[in-house]
Design a protein around this ligand. Structure first.
Ligand code: MSP
Length: 528
């Protein structure tokens, strides 16, 4: 596999101190759709997710729950975070926990290397710390609290009071990397995306970087600093390294070379860690910087970032229990331009489910299979000569496949779905205009009916392939109903970049009954 076709994508590793909400699910789904797409396109793909288990936030929530941090993390990872992947049908290749030996060893090796090469030295620091962010804050990032914290200085993201900390600890000499980072953003405009995120990072780094405190000695829940074990490694320095410790740093050179560098998907609140601190760390260690850092927006509820701490969190299974995992995946990728914030609403979800999934795609699939069964005994006919309209459908399919792939390349899954959806719309329009039910009444039109049914079935074949990264369950059912597997093989083995080639489903294929792909939802359930 040529190296330029390697695709390694990561999600942030989540603090398992709380249960997941749909904001976390959103990142998982986006990374999963992108990785399924690349995998099915034949790229050498690897997708990583996991949990960030050290640090004060974890320690404090564990203590508040009368548990040790390790036990607490084990419980939440097993009961909530691994099940999230199943709930959302995520096909990740690996799941890293920062308490695993492979990771802790890598962190120790990395920090030792930076110490040995003079990039780490001792110093004093005093500043305001937000445990929610696990980060020292500038005064400009703080606001005056209201309600319970009236008049106190609180973090603008978490709305909880910051703590004044004074510590003697180790510092990463990040200030040395200001110029190299600015040169990186200049030379590789795609390194940080979207442009709004890139501009923010450039403006921030232009002000000059400070050195970064990377050890703590006031608590011991972390990776010990190898040369001074009274300290543990700062949780972000530890966590960022998961992206390389999961793929062979330090010890498995071949895997590291095969996978690294990665595309990182992150929420915009953790952009600076990934686009500033992380590349500086890699530069110091003589490793390649990431391929790209892409910041997606926030899911908003009532205009604010949805969060558990503000009690606005919605659990992913509240949605999947009613609508299914495919609908969750489709909705968030379709409704929110990737990179922008988006407001979640049950009404919008229910409306899109009904109009786009049930009436648009699901109904199209059911109708075509039903007509093949009724008019041709369930056997796909050979098409006659193609009419203008038939050729129009072929062209729509060809164009949609090309455009969707280009959209995925530029990290715009919402545009990829929109491009594929042109096939759904055109095919529905085609059937309305061709009126196969009328053609079926006229024996002289038998050849024309064959063409219409074959065109519609071939369009569905392309849709099943192109939509499989987004709707894995529905497309698997459709693939079976089309009888495609005996002739063409497994759905997941269909090459995405060839999905727009016409005429793959052979005449003589036998279709099977198809249950509604997106069943009607009882309005009682929606109003409950
Ligand atoms: N543990 C760190 C990440 C370390 S990565 C080396 C962390 N964890 S987190 O659990 O707090 O957040 C993980 C991700 O969830 C972040 O990308 C964050 O932006 C995202 N989201 C949290 N709330 C969100 C929304 N309301 N909407 C969209 N994404 C949200 O930060």
């Amino acid at each position: 596999m040529p190296a330029d076709r390697s695709f390694y994508i990561t999600t942030p590793i989540f603090y398992p101190s709380d249960v997941p909400h749909i904001g976390h699910g959103y990142t998982e789904v986006a990374a999963d759709v992108l990785s399924r797409w690349h995998r099915q396109a034949g790229d050498d793909t690897w997708s990583l997710t996991g949990t960030d288990e050290h640090g004060q936030k974890m320690l404090r929530t564990a203590t508040a729950n009368d548990m040790g941090p390790r036990e607490w993390a084990d419980k939440l990872v097993q009961e909530s975070w691994i099940p999230l992947l199943e709930t959302l049908d995520i096909a990740n290749d690996d799941f890293i926990r920062t308490t695993q030996p492979r990771h802790e060893q890598g962190v120790a090796a990395f920090i030792q290397k930076l110490y040995d090469t003079g990039f780490i030295e001792a110093g004093d620091y005093e500043g305001f710390y937000c445990v929610g962010c696990e980060e020292y804050k500038q005064t400009s990032e703080l606001v005056t609290g209201t309600g319970k914290y009236d008049g106190e200085l609180v973090c603008a993201i978490h709305s909880i009071p910051v703590e004044l900390l004074k510590e003697r600890n180790y510092f990463f000499r990040m200030s040395r990397f200001t110029d190299r980072l600015l040169a990186l953003y200049e030379e590789r405009p795609d390194f940080v995306q979207p442009d709004s995120a890139r501009n923010e990072v450039v403006q921030f780094v232009k002000q000059g970087l400070d050195d970064l405190s990377i050890s703590r000695s006031t608590f011991d829940w972390g990776v010990p600093v190898p040369w001074d074990t009274k300290h543990v490694v700062y949780v972000w320095f530890d966590a960022l390294l998961n992206y390389v410790t999961a793929v062979g740093f330090d010890g498995d050179e071949a895997t590291l070379n095969r996978r690294w560098p990665a595309t990182h998907l992150v929420g915009k609140d953790i952009l600076r860690f990934h686009a500033v601190i992380w590349p500086a760390m890699l530069m110091a260690a003589g490793l390649e910087v990431p391929k790209q850092v892409f910041a997606h927006g926030w899911l908003l509820v009532g205009g604010e970032k949805m969060s558990k701490s503000k009690l606005t969190g919605i659990a992913p299974n509240q949605i999947t229990d009613v609508f299914g995992s495919d609908a969750f995946r489709y909705y968030f990728l379709r409704a929110i331009p990737f990179g922008q914030d988006g407001s979640f609403s049950w009404e919008d979800l229910a409306a899109r489910y009904q109009a786009e999934l049930a009436n648009g795609f699901g109904n199209l699939a059911s109708r075509v299979i039903a007509m093949l069964t009724r008019y041709r005994g369930g056997v796909l006919p050979a098409p006659g000569e193609a009419s203008e309209r038939d050729l129009g459908i072929r062209e729509t399919v060809r164009r949609a496949a090309v455009e969707a792939d280009l959209a995925i390349e530029r990290m715009a899954p919402h545009e990829a779905v929109a491009a594929i959806w042109t096939i759904v719309e055109e095919l529905n329009g085609y059937i309305t205009l061709e009126e196969p039910w009328a053609l079926a009444k006229d024996p002289e039109q038998a050849g024309r009916l064959d063409s219409v049914l074959a065109t519609a079935a071939e369009g569905l074949r392309a849709l099943a392939v192109l939509l499989s990264p987004v709707l894995p369950k529905a497309t698997a059912k459709l693939w079976t109903a089309l009888g495609a597997e005996p002739a063409l093989g497994l759905l997941l083995d269909q090459r995405l970049r060839a999905a727009g080639d016409w005429g793959k489903l052979p005449a003589g294929t036998t279709v099977q009954a198809l249950e509604p792909l997106f069943p009607r939802i009882d309005p009682e359930v929606l109003n409950a």
